[in-house]
Design a protein around this ligand. Structure first.
Ligand SMILES: [Zn+2]
Length: 203
């Protein structure tokens, strides 16, 4: 039925519909018929459709080379992802959004310390408070944020590990520099493994 409606359109947006329209003239009339009740033409069409599913290629020409189609689809997907990422209604991932406002398919890491730094999801007091895991603050008492950035840039309890990193370095800069990235990982690892020394539990 939807195919018949598409064929009625004066300006179809589908090449195939356009081709079929060009083949039709006043000697041809199209009617919808119920399926599977033994109408010979319809049964033949069903059989041909089933046979077509076993073939490796399709005869349908989309009017675009496959490469262009892939590029086009990839661009549309990236645009959609970017719009979702920028959406003001979206409350998730905003820490990471502030660092990377543009989406990218090449930005990928399997390093858990770097992931904690870029998402602010780690064994930090701010994370424990946010997700109601435990009421805690950093023992240093110097900053109320107590998040990943507190440890990476400021907390005196990891000063001994912080040689190159300073607040003038952005997180992307730190991560792209091998030695600063190693330093960041050591800081996060220390925070993960010295919770008793770092966390002040609140009553
Ligand atoms: Zn601290």
């Amino acid at each position: 039925m939807s195919a018949l409606k598409a064929l009625q359109k004066h300006q179809p947006r589908n090449n195939l519909i356009e081709e079929i329209q060009a083949m039709l003239d006043s000697s041809v009339s199209l009617h919808w018929v119920k399926a599977h009740i033994g109408i010979e033409g319809n049964e033949s069409a069903d059989k041909a459709a089933k046979e077509a599913t076993t073939r490796n290629n399709v005869d349908l020409h989309l009017g675009l080379p496959i490469r262009s189609l892939k590029t086009n689809l990839k661009r549309r997907l990236l645009d959609h992802w970017q719009r979702t990422w920028e959406d003001r209604e979206n409350s998730k991932g905003r820490f990471t959004y502030a660092i990377y406002p543009r989406v990218s398919t090449s930005r990928c890491t399997d390093n858990s310390h770097i992931t904690q730094a870029l998402t602010n999801h780690g064994r930090f007091p701010s994370y424990f408070r946010r997700f109601n895991i435990k009421e805690s603050t950093c023992r240093c008492g110097e900053d109320v944020s107590d998040d990943a950035l507190h440890y990476i840039y400021h907390c005196p309890s990891v000063t001994h590990l912080r040689n190159r990193i300073s607040p003038s370095h952005s997180l992307p800069q730190i991560i792209s520099d091998t030695r600063m990235a190693q330093e960041l990982c050591r800081i996060i690892h220390f925070v993960n493994t010295h919770q008793d020394d770092i966390l002040q539990l609140e009553d």
